[in-house]
Design a protein around this ligand. Structure first.
Ligand code: F6P
Length: 343
């Protein structure tokens, strides 16, 4: 059996651990793997490289993806790209594909399975933790740790200068990163896409904390958080193949409003792609490895149109259709717990 692997969409720590585990599982069953470069673009443009157990054994600690990634959507220019993709799949001599990606990449995988009958197994990934069926995605834990470390550093300078520090995190549709890191850094206030921003309430909390003796403040804002009656903040108007705008800027506006309404000097740091960089946490390496092993098993058993997922502590399989049915927004129970500290 010859299995093609690709990683698509925004990269995240843990992708290489999945690649290693799939390669090992397929090799254990007597098969071989081929790495398709730069997500779906590699299948459209015929870009691949061999993958073997020896080479992939040492990649578990490496961030990013050794295969490269892109936000290519072969259904955007379907008339030319789908026939090319089909032809290259055959030319590479593939019997199956493993697609490692978020909602966009797995959405394409689902359509290719249904519409072109391509034998595909999916593995969910994203720092945003916003995929259906799977309780947590690898990459998320590392991203939350990066935000936590950054804010721990920001706290000392923020306190020295008696400032308010606004920190903008990633999380396009969902406030998972903002909420978890906000809890981890004992933020004074957290803003997530699921709840319209209430500046008056944030200002009230900051003033009360100051009156109680805390002479600085930390506010965590998800990039997708929205001010009432205003569109989301889009950086430079860029739109990708899947129609997503590049987000960014809400943190600066929140900082401006806080300073205006409190008189406290307020600064904003946008953490951006730092959250996706570097080595995966041990937890993400373990989760990614378990998902990769399970995906490899599904391929070997020819259970296509499926994807693996974490349910509680168990790795399960589900259909690609179920996995991409919708985005999974923040479970507001977590926000409720966080907000005990900013009543
Ligand atoms: O992969 C998810 C994500 O990190 C989002 O949180 C963010 O909005 C987006 O990707 C950024 O994508 P890009 O790397 O294309 O700027």
């Amino acid at each position: 059996m010859r299995v093609g692997l690709l990683t698509g969409g925004g990269d995240c720590p843990g992708l290489n651990a999945v690649i290693r585990a799939v390669v090992q599982t397929v090799a254990n069953a007597g098969g071989t793997c081929v790495g398709i470069l730069e997500g779906w673009r590699g299948l459209v443009k015929n870009m691949s490289r061999p993958l073997d157990v020896n080479e992939t054994d040492g990649i578990i600690a490496k961030g990013g993806t050794i295969l490269g990634s892109s936000r290519t959507n072969p259904f955007k220019n379907a008339e030319t790209d789908l026939p090319a993709l089909r032809a290259n799949y055959s030319e590479m001599g593939l019997d199956a594909l493993v697609a490692i990606g978020g909602d966009d990449t797995l959405g394409v995988a689902n359509r290719l399975f249904i519409e072109l009958n391509l034998p595909i197994v999916g593995v969910p990934k994203t720092i945003d933790n916003d995929l259906m069926v799977t309780d947590f995605t690898f990459g998320f834990d590392t991203a939350v740790n990066i935000v936590t470390e950054a804010v721990d550093r920001l706290r000392t300078t923020t306190e020295s200068h008696r400032r308010v520090q606004v920190v903008e995190t990633m999380g396009r549709h969902a406030g998972w990163i903002a909420c978890f890191s906000g809890i981890a850094v004992a933020a004074d206030y957290i803003m997530v896409p699921e709840i319209p921003i209430d500046i008056a309430r944030c200002v009230d909390v900051l003033k009360r904390h100051r009156a109680a003796g805390k002479n600085y403040g930390i506010v965590i804002v998800s990039e997708g958080a929205k001010l009432p009656n205003r569109a989301e903040f889009a950086a430079a108007g860029k739109i990708d193949d899947f129609g997503h705008v590049q987000l960014g800027g809400v943190g600066n506006e929140v900082a401006r409003l806080i300073e205006q309404d409190t008189g406290y000097e307020t600064r904003c740091v946008v953490l951006g792609h730092l959250q996706r960089g570097g080595s995966p946490s041990a937890g993400d390496r373990v989760l990614a490895t378990r998902l990769g092993l399970a995906a490899g098993d599904l391929v070997v058993k020819k259970q296509f149109g499926t994807m693996v997922a974490l349910s509680g502590t168990k790795i399960i399989s589900t259909t690609l259709s179920a996995g991409v049915a919708a985005n999974r927004t923040l479970d507001l129970g977590y926000y409720h717990e966080a907000s005990a500290f900013f009543q």
